[in-house]
Design a binder for this molecule. Sequence first.
Ligand SMILES: [Zn+2]
Length: 174
Amino acid sequence: MSAHLDFVQKNAKYVETFDKGDLPVPPQKKLLIVTCMDARIDCYKSLGLELGEAHVVRNAGGSARDALRSILISQRLLGTREVAVFHHTNCGMQSFTAPQLREIVKSDAQSRPENEKEYIGKSVDGMEFYEFSDLEKSVKQDVQFLKDNLLVLDEAKITGWIYDTANGEVKQVV
Ligand SMILES: [Zn+2]
């Protein structure tokens, strides 16, 4: 039951018709998308994007803060000038609080040696998870974070969106 065991066989089929081997590195639409790692979201199909057109940074929740390092590299080294932040309905980030998650991690570590427990506890206490309860507010906050952040280019166009996992629809929030 390991998903990776299918990789080589499935990839051989993909390679048969692959014809995008000569795309330039910089995204053609000068666009970067931040979106959730949620397995139900296909941001290429849902937004009509083709390979080579956009950077896509995915993480838990589609957090702009978590994506900052990639946004900086994308803008300064690969020429993107537009950021679109997507959060989505029914997101796992609305189902927990950081203190709860920290407790789960610490409790999983209970049988470990003292020094390892200490490392795990300190690490998880110092980690931000960027969970949220109000979906629309979370999008607005992320967009504002990028607009206010001095590492993000002033000329970058920044928009915020909600993707509906129930019907595949996107809606612009800001
Ligand atoms: Zn999500």
